[in-house]
Design a protein around this ligand. Structure first.
Ligand SMILES: [Zn+2]
Length: 256
């Protein structure tokens, strides 16, 4: 998400929109040509593209959900996804940014952004990252398994299932340990931020630093642990209806 945000940011920020096309019913008559894009930031999985139209400040709020993507093309380049999937087209003098199959497309005054993303906890990669607040939220329910607490975007935004698994491994923490009993929680959160920062600009994600063996435990069930050769375990955890595959090494991450 941060990569999408930064590629949109690089492509559009500071540029005037020569043409806009919103192919969703509620914005069918919206035209922001002549406005200029200030920036695109991500909050969790939400993308916020801020646009100045005269004295008005608008935020285009998009969310990729499952199938969506934003692609940036040169002005004369053909799209590599079907045109009927396009939901938003933003055209500057030398770029076209096209949002395909987006899950959410809405335009709101920038002052109202909190109404759509205010429920999210501090963003690990955000300019307003607040470690103390993230820790406070994580520890508000001390009995919750650490994996669930880390995945809950209202605690802190940015950790997906892969990072949660990898983070527990590098911290030597069993994924079902109650979050209140994790001794090095602050260190764990700082590691999460480092992992996300390391990967935010890379095409291939890796938590090991080795691109040929990019993961410690994630999606490695039954494969030998890279540290101790014990087979990696996987189990479905989480609340009913929202179970996630959780991976861990039973030797390196003993249950406390
Ligand atoms: Zn191990």
């Amino acid at each position: 998400m941060h990569r999408t945000a930064s590629s949109l940011d690089r492509a559009l920020s500071g540029h005037e929109l020569l043409r806009t096309d919103f192919r969703v019913p509620q914005l069918a008559t919206t035209d922001l040509s002549g406005a200029s894009v200030s920036e695109t930031v991500s909050r969790g999985k939400h993308l916020l593209t801020r646009i100045a139209d005269g004295d008005d400040r608008w935020t285009l709020h998009t969310h990729l959900k499952m199938e969506g993507s934003w692609r940036v093309y040169a002005a004369d380049q053909r799209w590599n996804r079907p045109a009927h999937q396009a939901r938003v087209v933003l055209v500057t003098a030398d770029r076209q940014a096209v949002g395909f199959s987006l899950g959410i497309v809405e335009l709101l005054p920038t002052a109202d952004e909190d109404s759509v993303v205010g429920h999210l906890g501090p963003d690990l990669l955000g300019p307003d990252w607040d470690e103390a607040e993230a820790l406070r939220r994580l520890l508000a329910e001390p009995d919750r398994p650490v994996t669930q607490a880390l995945l809950d975007q209202t605690n802190l935004a940015g950790i997906g299932n892969m990072y949660a698994a990898e983070l527990c491994f590098v911290s030597g923490v069993h994924p079902l340990t109650p979050v209140g009993e994790v001794a090095g929680l602050t260190r764990m959160v700082r590691r999460a931020k480092q992992m996300l920062e390391h990967n935010s600009e890379r095409a291939t994600q890796s938590t090991t630093g080795n691109l040929r063996e990019p993961m410690w435990v994630y999606r490695r069930d039954q494969a030998p642990c890279r540290r101790c050769r014990t087979p990696i375990r996987v189990d479905m955890t989480g609340t009913a209806g929202r179970e996630r595959a959780t991976y861990w090494c039973p030797n390196c991450q003993p249950r406390g």
